[in-house]
Design a binder for this molecule. Sequence first.
Ligand SMILES: N[C@@H](CCC(=O)N[C@@H](CS)C(=O)NCC(=O)O)C(=O)O
Length: 211
Amino acid sequence: MILIGQFDSPFVRRVGIALELYGLAYEHKPWSTFGDADKIAAYNPLLRVPTLVLDCGEALVETLAILDTLDEMAGPERMLIPANGLGRRKVLQVAARAGGISDKAVSLFYSQRFHENASPDYIARIKGQIAATFAWLERDRATPAREYWLDGRLTHADLAVAATLRHFRDAMGEGWDFSRWPALQAHSAQCEALPVFQKISQPFVFTPAKG
Ligand SMILES: N[C@@H](CCC(=O)N[C@@H](CS)C(=O)NCC(=O)O)C(=O)O
């Protein structure tokens, strides 16, 4: 398999960490969505990452859909999500909220980067959506106290929130008071200390388009 995208993306990072934890063989193409758009276009006309190219040549897009395929490959004993029931729903909902924050963060970054006069109302709305969703995640993680999001084992929920926090802090954390969310800070520190998070990691750098 070929994983396209840089590990400074929270979405690519989640897929990279899952591939490592599942012990699945992959080649990494750390292409930039702007600097290497021409290469990505051959696999994903949306020019988004992660894009995962299967050994048969099929290109998969969208993090949750890619992870669903990797979970199937890993099998029910090893997959980072319960097979069904409340636990599965919880993992998907937490991961969806973390992914939602990262979607908003990407929009915010692009609107500030590419629009000289980005609408203050639009920016304020996105910042409000992000802060409120971090607060939701904080409440959900803080109580009851437990080792991982779903007690007892690492799941996609843990990966998603940790990857989102790291990306958000690195890419646009300036001016944000993260001490409002102590349980999330502790969650981030706990995950980032794991060897797989240290291996699948890249400081955030914006690479503009060529030409
Ligand atoms: N919903 C998508 C979001 C992926 C995404 O936004 N990736 C960013 C990098 S962090 C990207 O490809 N941006 C380029 C663009 O949207 O033009 C997913 O879950 O995979």
